[in-house]
Design a binder for this molecule. Structure first.
Ligand code: PAF
Length: 281
């Protein structure tokens, strides 16, 4: 397994591989790899000749008060995991490589980047869309793999690919959960024991909503109220938002119909967690 730091070297590797007819599967990450990432890597390994994983803690997607500096970084551990999964290349660029002096161009997706998580993380999705577009242009993947946990991110990336005619297929893979239902996330590592226990309530809330919808509930406000009742029982958990939106375009829904995304974000202590379920209403 190669670890490539330089953009030029990564581009050359990808160009040459594609000239030889090899397909490239790509998993963009910020490191701190967990079982969720590994499921993406395994799928990419099955479907492609070559697998590239990028590890880049992207400063432009963190707000000034967010955890950019203390975001977990452990290249050695991540590299061991990647090697075990048969990854061919870890692309581990420098911040000054991705954002050289004078950098001024950003990718902004109107509307989709202003709702849900963007309300408490302004500018976040502009940073994500920009770095992912750059990474696609450098790595030249045939297919890029994303997790459904970051549902809004996945919708935005698909929009970027469509709007900018990027030649990459986007595959969104199911959320991987802990035994008690908590969605796997690099940020779970910040939770202390008590907070970790409280976090199980998120999945309980989502499952409650699913149950109500399956029994015929169609009023989003009613469903959200019932979810709040469950989640707020855990005093440590502060709800940022709970929303019911169209799964494809994140449009808020007045009535449950079709493929819906039930999305939520909470704070537990200093940790912000997100989760969601897709339900066919
Ligand atoms: O989902 C993530 O880890 C990041 O947002 C991504 C897609 C790697 C962009 O920095």
């Amino acid at each position: 397994m190669k670890i490539i730091r330089l953009i030029k070297e990564m581009s050359n590797f990808s160009c040459l591989s594609r000239q030889k007819g090899k397909t490239i599967g790509f998993i963009p990450t910020m490191g701190a790899l967990h079982a969720g990432h590994l499921s993406l890597i395994r799928c990419a390994r099955k479907e492609n000749d070559l697998v590239v994983v990028s590890i880049f803690v992207n400063p432009s997607q963190f707000g000034p008060k967010e955890d950019f500096k203390k975001y977990p970084r452990n290249l050695k551990k991540d590299a061991d995991l990647c090697k075990n999964e048969g990854v061919d290349v870890i692309f581990y660029p420098l911040v000054t490589g991705i954002y050289p002096a004078g950098f001024k161009t950003y990718v902004e997706v109107k509307e989709l980047s202003d709702m849900l998580c963007a309300k408490s993380r302004p500018g976040h999705f502009k940073g994500v869309a920009t770095v992912v577009t750059k990474l696609f242009n450098i790595v030249l993947p045939d297919t890029a793999y994303f997790g459904q946990k970051d549902a809004q991110q996945a919708v935005i990336i698909k929009r970027v690919v469509m709007d900018l005619n990027l030649a990459v297929r986007i595959k969104v893979m199911p959320i991987i959960r802990e035994k008690d239902g908590l969605a796997m996330s690099s940020r779970n590592a910040y939770l202390d024991k008590k907070e970790r226990k409280s976090a199980a309530v998120l999945y309980m809330g989502l499952k409650k909503a699913e149950g109500l919808i399956k029994k015929g509930a169609v009023n989003p406000q009613y469903i959200i109220r019932r979810m709040k009742n469950i989640i707020e029982k855990e005093r440590a958990v502060k709800i940022d938002y709970i929303s019911i939106v169209d799964a494809e375009d994140l449009r808020p829904l007045k009535r449950i119909k079709g493929k819906i995304l039930l999305a939520l974000a909470v704070r537990i202590g200093k940790v912000r967690l997100i989760d969601n379920l897709i339900i066919n209403g």
